[in-house]
Write a protein that binds this ligand. Structure first.
Ligand code: E4P
Length: 217
């Protein structure tokens, strides 16, 4: 499963990319607002930091305007993926981008039939929002399972990008449910490395090693 960071914090992205485990980055208008920086500048910087797919979201509502914005965003760098909302106009724009060879991430997906339409429109990625569904008492992970089954039934190659991830448990379940990618906030990415038994075990190993008085180098 590919791991993306859901962030516009370029300092943090650079730091986490050093692990070699960051396959891409997703952004959205809220994250751009949080950065306090001009969108085009932030996206260009992220594209330099991470060679994988970098999602940059349009802000327009109408298909024509989404297409104009998306073409501009796609011009920033070859690894830009144009993110469009899952609306009727968003899917018209997705079809257009698909015909132009521009990659898309269809976002704000909350149902399996929405995901079916996005795949038919030629979306490169579909982003089901797990956490926001769970927040409503719905079954976020069940949505991933349903989309996986539908896409496999018809051989759609749209990749399932599990989004709105809140916990490491979400990451595990997304992987078990067959999501192709998951986009994580930096804190969840950091938590993936950790286990208390790893810390405890390492502490004991280091103590015992020190007792031997040996050195490997
Ligand atoms: C995905 O592309 C979105 O940017 C993101 O995952 C939304 O997450 P949130 O529900 O935590 O805002």
């Amino acid at each position: 499963m590919q791991i993306f960071l859901d962030s516009t914090d370029t300092k943090l992205i650079a730091e986490l990319a050093e692990t070699g485990l960051v396959d891409g980055v997703t952004t959205n208008p809220t994250l751009i607002a949080k950065s306090g920086r001009p969108m085009l500048e932030v996206i260009a910087e992220i594209c330099d930091l991470v060679p994988g797919p970098i999602s940059a979201e349009v802000a327009a509502i109408k298909a024509d305007a989404m297409i104009a914005e998306g073409e501009k965003l796609a011009g920033i760098a070859p690894n830009v993926v144009v993110k469009v909302p899952l609306t009727r106009d968003g899917l018209i724009a997705t079809g257009h981008f698909n015909r132009q060879g521009i990659k898309t991430n269809v976002t704000l997906c909350f149902s399996a039939v929405q995901a079916l339409l996005a795949a038919k429109a030629g979306a490169t990625y579909i982003s089901p929002f797990i956490g926001r569904l769970d927040d409503q008492g719905a079954d976020g992970m069940g949505l991933i399972t349903d989309i996986r089954a539908i896409y496999d039934n018809y051989g759609f190659d749209t990749e399932i990008l599990a989004a709105s991830i809140r916990t490491t448990g979400h990451v595990k379940e997304a992987a078990l449910s067959g999501a192709d990618c998951a986009t994580l906030p930096a804190n969840v990415f950091g938590e993936l490395f950790k286990h208390p038994l790893t810390d405890k075990g390492l502490e004991q190993f280091l103590k015992d090693w020190a007792g031997t008085g040996q050195s490997i180098l």
